[in-house]
Design a protein around this ligand. Structure first.
Ligand SMILES: NC(=O)c1ccc[n+]([C@@H]2O[C@H](COP(=O)([O-])OP(=O)(O)OC[C@H]3O[C@@H](n4cnc5c(N)ncnc54)[C@H](OP(=O)(O)O)[C@@H]3O)[C@@H](O)[C@H]2O)c1
Length: 290
């Protein structure tokens, strides 16, 4: 009998299996394309002949595939449903809060415990003390899964019984990350246009990451409280910078899609009269334009 099964051996599922093996767990795996399992079998996992057999092999199954639709394709068969009854399913594929709610209902109807989770890291970052996994759902399900999740990430955050919370935090994390990544690619074009190096800029940004974190923390407090007065940086100051991005793109003849997008939001905030308020007042523009 294994302690834990992994369904899905893409880059992330394989990293999860390796992190569990590294922590001495007995692991069974299954993947649609069997070839992906070969290196893991050499490293010590057991390859199940079917998804249903993988679930039967352990009390806890972690699924990490492309999305929730794929997960249903794998799990919603007569054999797998029968295997799931009385067992624990941990969903670590990326999805939306509504998909998490639907999946919890689906699992409970089939007699399985369910925990929803989301990984805020890349495969090579798994198993580190600072790696984060968001989880939500029944507290009992969390406690049953925690010993395995702790092998995957040092920072396992349980966000409570509201099962959609892990996906909501994950999508919020990804919105923040992707906003920053779009900004980073534009930043690279600014530097390239002046003949400067992008790699040293990336290192510099990593070194000053706590400063960026403090700015997010401040704006989170501002938006939560609705107190936009006494700003650290007024909307007007930020909007002027937005205009400079567009001007620099024009002067250097580089792509201006990111600056024009930012300029559009700043102009709406200024037109709405938020010029003397904190940058976080931009949320009022987004609320009005739902
Ligand atoms: N990679 C990252 O940096 C990262 C970070 C955080 C979260 N995640 C999440 O982790 C999950 C897995 O990501 P990944 O990076 O491993 O790669 P992925 O390409 O998103 O998923 C690959 C996995 O999905 C399976 N799959 C895809 N279509 C399928 C189908 N029609 N039927 C059965 N299985 C199917 C693949 O099986 P085959 O091998 O047979 O194709 C493989 O096991 C995703 O939800 C992703 O958003 C990834």
């Amino acid at each position: 009998m294994s302690e834990v099964s992994i369904i899905g051996l893409g880059p992330m599922g394989s990293a999860l299996a390796r992190a569990l093996l590294a922590n001495g767990k007995r692991v069974t795996v299954w993947n649609r394309t069997g070839a992906n399992a070969e290196p893991l079998v050499r490293e010590g996992t057991v390859l199940a002949p079917s998804a249903a057999s993988a679930i039967e092999a352990s009390p806890v199954t972690i699924i990490c595939v492309a999305n929730y639709e794929t997960s249903y394709k794998i799990l919603d068969t007569k054999e797998t449903v029968s295997a799931l009854a009385g067992r624990m399913l941990v969903q670590l594929s990326t999805g939306t809060p509504q998909q998490a709610r639907d999946n919890e209902t689906w699992a409970h109807k089939r007699g399985a415990d369910y925990l929803d989770g989301a990984i805020a890291a890349t495969p090579s970052q798994m198993g580190r003390p600072d790696t984060t996994i968001f989880t939500s759902g029944s507290n009992t399900a969390f406690r049953k899964s925690e010993p395995f999740l702790k092998d995957l990430a040092g920072n396992v955050l349980y966000l409570g019984e509201q099962v959609g919370s892990a996906s909501a935090y994950d999508l919020a994390f990804l919105a923040n990350l992707f906003g920053s990544m779009f900004g980073f690619v534009h930043a690279a074009r600014i530097l390239e246009s002046e003949g400067l190096r992008v790699d040293s800029f990336g290192s510099m940004m990593a070194d000053i990451a706590p400063i960026m974190g403090e700015i997010n923390k401040h704006n989170g407090q501002v938006m939560q409280s609705g107190m936009y007065e006494n700003p650290e940086s007024t909307m007007k100051t930020c909007a002027n910078t937005g205009e400079l991005f567009v001007q620099q793109a024009r002067e250097a003849q580089i792509n201006s899609e990111f600056p024009v997008f930012a300029q559009g939001l700043f102009r709406k905030a200024m037109a709405a009269g938020y010029g003397d308020e904190e940058f976080g007042a931009l949320i009022k523009v987004l609320r009005e334009n739902a």
